[in-house]
Design a protein. Structure first.
Length: 131
């Protein structure tokens, strides 16, 4: 799916998808987007419930997260399926994100790749192309 300038779309992200988002959004280098998630949207990691802002676990090792700059369970995005190269933080809101490269845009909760089977729930991301 592609979005025209000033158009908005809703994308559903399942917490246990490593590369999630339905429908999949295809982006081009230089395009600018806003991402918004209702802070009442929740997903779970085992018994822990979290918004897309994520949770702080001081007792977990840092290397278990895909994006080291983001909290555990924080909503993140990536372009393509290369892990770590183009990951970025979204949380509940990210304004004026400039796309660095062409490809499909995927969303994921920030946890280790092997931990996704412990996650559950869906969140809805409102994506608006602004340029």
């Amino acid at each position: 799916m592609k979005i025209r300038p000033q158009e908005k779309k809703l994308i559903v992200v399942n917490a246990n998808d490593k590369f999630g988002g339905y429908p999949i959004l295809h982006v081009q280098k230089g395009e600018k987007y806003n991402f918004t998630v209702n802070p009442l949207n929740r997903w779970k990691y085992g018994y822990f419930s979290s918004s897309t802002l994520g949770i702080w676990f001081s007792f977990w090792k840092r290397n278990l997260k895909r994006n080291r700059r983001a909290r555990y369970m924080e909503l993140c995005g990536t372009i393509g399926k290369s892990i770590g190269d183009s990951d970025f933080r979204i949380g509940t809101n990210l304004n004026e994100y400039v796309v660095p490269t062409n490809g499909p845009l995927y969303f994921f909760p920030n946890i280790g790749l092997e931990e996704h089977e412990r996650c559950s729930g869906n969140v809805v991301v409102k994506v608006q192309r602004i340029q």
